[in-house]
Design a protein around this ligand. Structure first.
Ligand SMILES: Cc1cc2nc3c(=O)[nH]c(=O)nc-3n(C[C@H](O)[C@H](O)[C@H](O)COP(=O)(O)OP(=O)(O)OC[C@H]3O[C@@H](n4cnc5c(N)ncnc54)[C@H](O)[C@@H]3O)c2cc1C
Length: 285
């Protein structure tokens, strides 16, 4: 299938891009980043934007660097950039571990980190990671710039709190301390498929007890989210298998899993238990 007709715009600065979005967003204008989700949706005519604002020519959106204690990821940074560590310490390693689960390599050379967050697929690995890390999203429009914490950004299946004329210019991830222990585990039926459930886990061990635990689950509910009950099950306890199993049980108990023709809620809940436990167990290796 071919997409429905649209007008193509190619701004070269962020100012131009947001001015164009202000004009065309009310007439169903959309940002085009890597095109790896939008273009197939247009080809199937599931999306029929009347205008596309292609941000690939906006040089300033290619930024990928560390500023202070944060990694800044511009809107045109591709998934592929994370195959090698782009940040010091555990954050760089975690990003490199996670990126290999996103689609297939050719898709990773075009799709963008920020595009994944703006698209907000429940099974997006970057969305789960952004939630686990309490990332900050930086959005620009003709009205100015605002910062949105990850917990206020995702609003359901493929829905965010970005306004229709806002451009997600950058995502900021806090660097992790050297002592942070991280884990990531996902289950999908075939390599490269969207995951049915995934977990991102981060904690430190202080005086033999777990501190600063973060457990985010993706793929199971309409948006990835941190599971407070599972984090509390780790708090102050020793990093051992029985403790991880109890936290995984708490995560499975807390989620309200989605159901579809292939995957029952019960099966997804069971997967949440398994992916959480396996992600936590990685911190022992
Ligand atoms: C076969 C296949 C398998 C895939 N598997 C996975 C997977 O396992 N895990 C996964 O996470 N993803 C997967 N994807 C999706 C892929 O990661 C996409 O790259 C990603 O979801 C969207 O990024 P993009 O840059 O391609 O965005 P686009 O397709 O260009 O845009 C997607 C949406 O986000 C909006 N948008 C994009 N950037 C911005 C911005 N900066 N500001 C505001 N709005 C913006 C667009 O307007 C559009 O609505 C897969 C895709 C394919 C085709």
């Amino acid at each position: 299938m071919k997409p429905a007709s649209f007008r193509y715009h190619a701004p070269s600065t962020v100012d131009e891009a947001v001015a164009l979005l202000a004009e065309v967003a009310p007439q169903d204008g959309r940002v085009l980043a890597g095109g790896q989700s939008l273009v197939p949706a247009m080809a199937f005519r599931l999306a029929r934007p009347a205008h596309l604002v292609d941000i690939n020519g906006v040089g300033e959106l290619g930024r990928l660097d560390v500023e202070g204690r944060e990694l800044c990821i511009g809107a045109c940074v591709r998934h592929e950039a994370f195959h090698r560590p782009v940040a010091p310490g555990p954050l760089g390693k975690l990003l490199s571990q996670v990126v290999r689960h996103i689609a297939h390599y050719p898709i990773r050379t075009r799709g963008t980190f920020c595009g994944s967050l703006a698209h907000a697929d429940p099974a997006s690995e970057w969305c789960a990671l952004a939630v686990a890390l309490d990332a900050t999203m930086v959005a620009r429009s003709v009205r100015g710039t605002r910062s949105i914490p990850a917990r206020e950004f995702f609003a359901g299946i493929m829905t965010t709190t970005l306004a229709e004329d806002e451009l997600l210019t950058e995502v900021r991830l806090p660097l992790l301390p050297d002592a942070a222990r991280c884990g990531f585990y996902e289950f999908s039926r075939r390599a490269g498929d969207f995951a049915i459930a995934m977990a991102v886990t981060i904690h430190r061990v202080v005086d033999g007890g777990i501190a600063d635990a973060r457990i985010a689950v993706g793929g199971a509910e309409p948006s990835a989210r941190r599971i407070a009950a599972a984090e509390q099950a780790l708090d102050g306890r020793p990093p051992e298998l029985a403790v991880f199993a109890a936290a995984a049980d708490a995560a499975a108990h807390d989620v309200d899993p989605m159901e579809d023709i292939l995957t029952s809620a019960r099966y997804r809940r069971d997967l949440v238990r398994t992916v959480t436990r396996r992600a936590l167990e990685q911190s022992l290796t």
